[in-house]
Write a protein that binds this ligand. Sequence first.
Ligand code: AMP
Ligand code: MG
Length: 401
Amino acid sequence: MDAAVETIEAVVARLRDWLEPLPGGEPVRVADSVGRVLAESVTAPRDVPVAPLSLFDGYAAAGPLAAGESCPVVGKQFAGDPPTRLEPGTAMRIFTGALLPDGADTVIAQESVTVEDGRARWDEDVSLGAGVRAAGADTREGQTLLERGTQINAAMLGLIASTGVASIPVSRRVRVALLTTGDELLAPGEPFAPGKIYDANGPMIEALLVGAGVEIVQRAVLPDDPTVIDARLREAAEADLIVTSGGVSVGEADLVRAGVEALGRIDHWRIFLKPGKPLAIGEVLGTPFLGLPGNPVSTFVTYLRFVRTAIDRLAGQTDPSAWPVQPLPLAAARRGGDRPEYIRVRRVEVDGRVQLEAYADQNSGLLSSLAWADGLALIPPDAHLAAGDTVEFTAFKELGL
Ligand code: AMP
Ligand code: MG
């Protein structure tokens, strides 16, 4: 791979080309399937509803019905009752979700009916089939409900459940090894020592990975020690994807880079993006490796733009990593730098208009800017933006964060 400067989109496209969906799948209970990716399309085994149902509480009859008509009411049909038969020339009391009796095809809402001496009379015309949900109105037997490669959400889960399917084939979870590196790192809870900092990236990326539905098979904080790094990378190669933070620039202590090179290969994709340098992409004993920068905001942004893509692709998603953007005006003037820059912003309402306010200090080491923000705004290179000019905004909530 060459060292040419690449756009964000080009890097996303290269990741998709490079990584293949993982082989193999497993059945899961539909109830547990949210976030999983379908390994095969799901087909409806029956019509839903299986037979015509009443849409509301009322009276079932043979339609069409003319205003002013009346007939005796014979019988009651509740939701869940087995099929019954409507005697010709009568109406039957019926409730929402109840099966239409044989011989009935129309339901008159109870509000339009007057019952006197066991006879129902309606004061409006009712067309044939009104008040009925027809068999197959929701889904039809044999219909493809959801395509292979779809990531299941709660609504899709409901749809599958409505057809009576209890188990579906999904891709197996992507198994990720997560290594944070640096002699300076202390795990939260360890006593503080001069010169040290607490490992923020580890817990942060772990939370992102868990939210993405992956299985974390290895998680370690590594010192800047070549022997330890070598041993841990070898273990990590058992996973489907290795994600690291720190140690991949060209400083003396950037030993992850050397460790990966010794066990495979590493390419520095010079991404036209701030914050985000350096991002290293490679392989360790044949396992894909993504080395994220150590600065926490850079880690977070490169995770969102690139690691998500990698995971979705490995999980077999057909439409991986949509990056939702929404045009919104900036609250204050801003200049672009030499690269496209994601700045941390918050939506604020000024005079009834939603605008984007930028965090005052955009340094990529400041986690306070990320925790304050509700999304990222993209400032194009060399831009001279005035207050009110529109930029692309990506809300963290839209990314499921
Ligand atoms: P590096 O990429 O290893 O040169 O790290 C760049 C900067 O990010 C340094 O200031 C590191 O101390 C900091 N850093 C690296 N890893 C972490 C981490 N896991 N949590 C918080 N800060 C980190
Ligand atoms: Mg380091």
